[in-house]
Write a protein of this length. Structure first.
Length: 53
């Protein structure tokens, strides 16, 4: 997967956690992933609705 450096850095800053042994906030990371999946699902539903018109 190719992610431009600016986007990579932005994501890294969003999920970083000094308190975590792995260096990321797992809860925040999962919330971001789930939020993006919901956005994708809504977009797919909108596309499907356009196809059936």
């Amino acid at each position: 997967m190719n992610i431009d450096e600016e986007t990579y850095d932005e994501i890294e800053q969003l999920i970083h956690s000094d308190e975590s042994p792995v260096g990321i906030d797992a809860k925040k990371t999962h919330i971001i992933i789930i939020h993006k999946l919901i956005q994708i699902e809504k977009r797919l539903d909108a596309l499907k609705a356009l196809q059936t018109e």
